[in-house]
Design a protein around this ligand. Structure first.
Ligand SMILES: *Cc1c(COP(=O)(O)O)cnc(C)c1O
Length: 234
């Protein structure tokens, strides 16, 4: 009996994800090149990130600073782009600004100020996405839809930051496609004022296809690539 290596497992996960993306692109009349697959590696070790990089992954996502900063350090030299996708506390901004290329979770003015200051301090440029609370409840992260444009303006005007576009997580209790259709409209109005801000970060393991059907440009996929995460205790 041959042993299934971790590399085989991840390669199989990636092949399944790519097949699903291809099918959703076909159904939506879109091209694979319009999409960036971000492998969300939270709870998984740096050795998995290395395997992902060997398999052609260029973008990695993390949601907790402590874990992300250690992993980014261990994986320096792989040429990966690091995406911070989790809720961001102001006291973590200095650390995150040291390794994140893209922050997906900008949802309040204080975060813009802090990210701008720390990006300048680190001599880096950070791409920021405005996270939208599609259920209108900012409790779990994300700005209210009516606050998105002002926040986008603030990012665009901040030194050290580039406005990339918008991000959202599909709310519970609603069909993901309907929620992502609203995100697409919000993205459209942001692009009117900021034509370069074309990123729509939407779609996770369970709703990639609905995101692709509704204009997503960046998918954040963890479970479908790396397996089901063990629940962690903080
Ligand atoms: C964990 C996480 C993902 C990936 O979720 P999966 O369901 O494992 O694909 C995507 N986006 C955010 C913000 C996350 O925290």
């Amino acid at each position: 009996m041959t042993e299934t290596t971790r590399r085989d497992e991840i390669a199989a996960g990636l092949a399944r994800v790519e097949a699903q993306i291809a099918e959703a692109c076909r159904a939506a009349g879109r091209h694979r090149e319009e999409l960036t697959l971000i492998a969300v590696s939270k709870t998984y070790p740096a050795s998995d990130v290395r395997i992902l990089a060997e398999l052609g992954i260029t973008d990695v996502g993390e949601n907790r600073d402590q874990e992300a900063s250690a992993k980014a350090r261990e994986c320096a030299g792989l040429g990966l782009r690091w995406h911070f996708v989790g809720q961001l506390q102001t006291n973590k901004v200095r650390s995150v600004a040291g390794y994140a290329d893209v922050v997906h979770s900008v949802d309040r003015p204080r975060l813009v100020t802090a990210l701008s200051r720390e990006a300048l301090g680190a001599g880096r440029s950070i791409t920021c996405l405005v996270q939208v609370a599609l259920d209108g409840d900012p409790g779990r992260g994300g700005a209210r839809p009516e606050d998105v444009e002002a926040l986008a303006d603030a990012v665009a005007g901040a030194e050290g930051l580039e406005l990339g576009g918008v991000m959202a997580v599909a709310p519970l209790g609603e069909e993901a496609g309907e929620a992502f259709a609203r995100l697409r409209e919000i993205a459209r109005s942001v692009r009117k004022a900021h034509p370069g801000a074309g990123v729509i970060s939407a779609g996770m393991s369970g709703d990639m296809s609905q995101a692709i059907a509704n204009g997503a440009t960046h998918l954040r996929v963890g479970t479908a690539l790396l397996g089901r995460r063990k629940p962690f205790v903080r």
